[in-house]
Design a protein around this ligand. Structure first.
Ligand code: HXC
Length: 255
């Protein structure tokens, strides 16, 4: 399988996806989201795959949705095209997905990791939802999933200030399953996925489905609401200023 923005490989029963746009710290652009959908479709239906592992580079899992792609987008096109809506399909998969995160997992990158069934973090991982600093809001489940995992106070503080947290704090507040030294991330991630892939396929998928029910009902409504608001933020001057300032490498001046 050849993709422009990621590497895909199968190791024993594990489908390994490595995000691969190092020049942009694996920022999620439309091409990457299309590639991710194709490779997940493949692994989801491959009888030989029992678990999926998504990882990035040692400096970044993914530093967010691609701000350069988003900077000039406008509402209502974001709404009409359901911009970045296809990323949601990561959370709809039936086979278990582990995120092995090193370095920056920010904005859409953190939201992608939160869509996976659990996160294993390297000790250099940093998590955050810095969208507010760009004049926008998280748009791929961040407000909903972070509040459910870490609680309302932590979600409010993180999203309203845009600050990042390190791996130890993320483990303390229940965002990551475990933290390992950076040099062991790949082997621990692969070994964990291998162990899951070796279990009964039906039992594994049923467990995932059951745990998913814990917050499914109101999560779906919250995600829809968040997506609508995310699209409408592209009608604001602050989104233009925040994202242009990033592209032009200067501080944003919000009115
Ligand atoms: C596009 C990005 C990017 C992003 C980094 N790059 N993050 N490009 N979108 N999200 C690019 C930089 O422009 C630069 O390209 C190259 O990657 C290396 O980044 P540097 O900034 O030079 O690296 P460094 O100084 O180490 O700083 C790392 C960083 C910083 C702290 C992670 O890059 C950063 O703050 N990035 C933006 C993080 C962010 O705001 N994420 C949220 C995005 S909004 P050039 O060409 O200049 O070398 C979002 C909304 C989600 O995710 C909505 C729903 C999905």
């Amino acid at each position: 399988m050849n993709f422009r923005t990621l590497l895909a490989d199968q190791v024993d029963g594990v489908g390994v996806i490595t995000l691969n746009r190092p020049e942009a710290l694996n920022a999620l652009n439309s091409a990457l989201i299309d590639d991710l959908k194709s490779v997940l479709d493949h692994f989801e239906y491959a009888a030989s795959v029992g678990c999926i592992l998504i990882t990035g580079g040692s400096k970044a899992f993914a530093a967010g949705a691609d701000v350069k792609e988003m900077a000039e987008l406008c509402y209502p096109n974001t709404y009409l095209e359901n911009y970045l809506g296809r990323l949601d399909q990561v959370a709809q998969r039936r086979k278990p997905i582990i995120a092995a995160v090193a370095g920056h997992a920010l904005g859409g990158g953190f939201e992608l990791a939160l869509m996976c069934d659990f996160i294993i973090a390297a000790d250099n991982a940093r998590f955050g939802l810095p969208e507010v600093k760009l004049g926008v809001i998280p748009g791929a489940g961040g407000t909903q999933r972070l509040a459910r995992l870490a609680g309302r106070a932590k979600a409010m503080e993180m999203t309203l200030t845009g600050r990042t947290m390190d791996a130890a704090e993320a483990e303390r507040c229940g965002i990551v399953a475990r933290v390992v030294p950076l040099e062991e991330l790949h082997s621990v991630g692969l070994e964990t996925a291998r162990r899951i892939a070796a279990q009964s396929r039906t039992a594994v998928m049923m467990i995932k489905e059951c745990i998913g029910r814990v917050d499914e009902g109101s999560l779906a409504e919250g995600l829809r609401f968040e997506r609508r608001i995310f699209h409408s933020v592209f009608a604001t001057p602050d989104q233009k200023e925040g994202m242009r300032a990033f592209v032009e490498k200067r501080p944003a001046q919000f009115r």
